[in-house]
Design a protein around this ligand. Structure first.
Ligand SMILES: [Zn+2]
Length: 56
């Protein structure tokens, strides 16, 4: 089992979650965790996941 360590970011009162592997940022913690799990397993990003990434 891989321990998910997504980074929590706070910007203007809102919480965001960053994949520590690829540094994409998500509003949804679950998606950030999925991204990180995928990134660490495949050493690459999933376009299906990173399309949910946001810019902060
Ligand atoms: Zn990632």
């Amino acid at each position: 089992m891989i321990l998910q360590m997504v980074k929590e970011i706070k910007r203007s009162g809102k919480k965001y979650f960053e994949c520590e592997a690829c540094n994409f940022v998500y509003k949804d913690k679950k998606i950030a965790e999925e991204c990180e799990a995928y990134c660490k397993k495949h050493y690459a990003c999933s376009i299906e996941i990173t399309k949910h990434a946001i810019k902060i």
